[in-house]
Ligand binder design. Structure first.
Ligand code: FES
Ligand SMILES: [Fe+2]
Length: 382
């Protein structure tokens, strides 16, 4: 079956602009781990759908603002992660937790704003939803309900899994030269694993045939079944069907630190949460957790954002920062295997190139493409 997407969807600035407006500035987007900004005053900054976003812990409440001072557009917080009050570094304006200007140095002598002008000075705020330890932001002026994007079952599973996060996490941004959709499609396609990762990832998957068979037959999971049994969880359709949890048997080599943490689930499984539109959240064995996000920067440019943590500690894990860095390095080396091929794919793509020929096993790519086109308001290619 021919893919519903044409090469234009991976190359054109026009489509990229449409995606930004109709998908990324409309849907709920994963923004970061709550545990990364758990302390009062802690913040993280990032770009989302081309907008500078600040997530700030305001006395325990996570709030999202546009990271742009209303005076002369200086980013209020300059670092990717940190802990600081909301004070603009350019001319010292101070903001309160609602984003309103609390004080302006030498306000009367230098600025003399009218009361109406003064009243209008505030940071733009965005809607936030916290799911376990995952923070979601919606950039729309009137955000849709998060339940219109993710099923209640999926949100509960995500809350439960991310509730197992340790306090400490590590993060890396990797700029890659391909369209964000290539990476999202790649993570929906387990059939690439033996070819692209024959030595790194493939040997850890116990039973690929069984996994593929399960992927072919989505099954209903009764509500009283324990969280995260093996298989595919989704009974929804359309947009709601895109975000789901899958699990596959995995070989877990025991390490001493495994006994020191409260793992998620009880099985030696590789858990994969697909979070539409652009996150692959995985957990090998419920012991480590990795969020991979494919943030579009340009039609052929993506920021691959990766945040990694382990399950929360029952007792202290010695050398945890070094352990996290080692796992992050390991994950990045597997990702680099994907990146090399996806960059090669994008580099040779041209307008008018033939469309992909999907086989039956690629039904999730087809379904994701349909949901994507529905959001874009476009007909599929004939
Ligand atoms: S730009 Fe922020 S205080 Fe001037
Ligand atoms: Fe891969």
């Amino acid at each position: 079956m021919l893919s519903q997407l044409t090469s234009e969807h991976y190359l054109s600035q026009r489509i990229f602009d449409l995606e930004r407006d109709r998908i990324f500035r409309r849907l709920w987007l994963f923004a970061g781990f709550r545990t990364s900004i758990a302390e009062p005053g802690a913040f993280l900054t990032r770009t989302m759908a081309g907008l500078p976003v600040l997530l700030q812990n305001c006395d325990g409440d996570i709030r999202a603002f546009e990271n742009l001072c209303p005076h002369r557009q200086m980013p209020l917080q300059q670092q990717p992660f940190g802990q600081a009050r909301m004070v603009c570094p350019y001319h010292g304006w101070v903001f309160d937790h609602d984003g309103k200007v609390k004080s302006i140095p030498h306000e009367d002598t230098l600025y003399a704003y009218t009361p109406a002008e003064r009243e209008a000075l505030c940071l733009k705020r965005y809607a936030v939803e916290i799911v376990g330890n995952m923070v979601f932001v919606n950039l729309a002026p009137s955000p849709m309900a998060i339940g219109s994007q993710f099923t209640d079952d999926f949100l509960s599973l995500l809350a439960e899994a991310s509730g197992h996060f340790a306090a400490l996490s590590v993060h890396v941004d990797i700029p890659v030269r391909y369209n964000w959709k290539l990476n999202y499609e790649n993570v929906l396609d387990a059939n690439h694993i033996p070819y692209i990762h024959p030595k790194s990832f493939q040997p850890l998957l116990r039973d690929r045939e069984r996994r593929t068979a399960q992927e072919e037959k989505p099954n209903r999971v009764p509500r009283d079944e324990p969280a995260a049994p093996a298989g595919v969880h989704s009974t929804a359709s359309g947009l709601l069907a895109q975000s789901l949890l899958q699990s596959a048997p995995m070989r877990i080599d025991p390490w001493p630190w495994h006994d020191a943490v409260q793992r998620y689930g009880s099985q030696d499984c590789f858990y994969t949460f697909s979070i539409f539109p652009n996150v692959n959240f995985i957990s090998p064995g419920g012991l480590t957790f990795i969020a991979q996000q494919f943030e579009p920067l340009a039609p052929g440019l993506t920021q691959l954002r990766m945040t990694l943590t382990i399950a929360k500690e029952k007792r202290r894990v010695p050398g945890l920062p070094a352990l996290l860095r080692t796992y992050l390095k390991g994950e990045a080396s597997v990702l680099n295997e994907d990146i090399a091929y996806l960059e090669a794919l994008q580099a040779r793509l041209y307008l008018g190139a033939p469309r992909a020929q999907h086989g039956q096993y690629e039904h999730r790519l087809q379904s994701a493409a349909q949901a994507y086109l529905d959001l874009l308001g476009q007909e599929s290619a004939a």
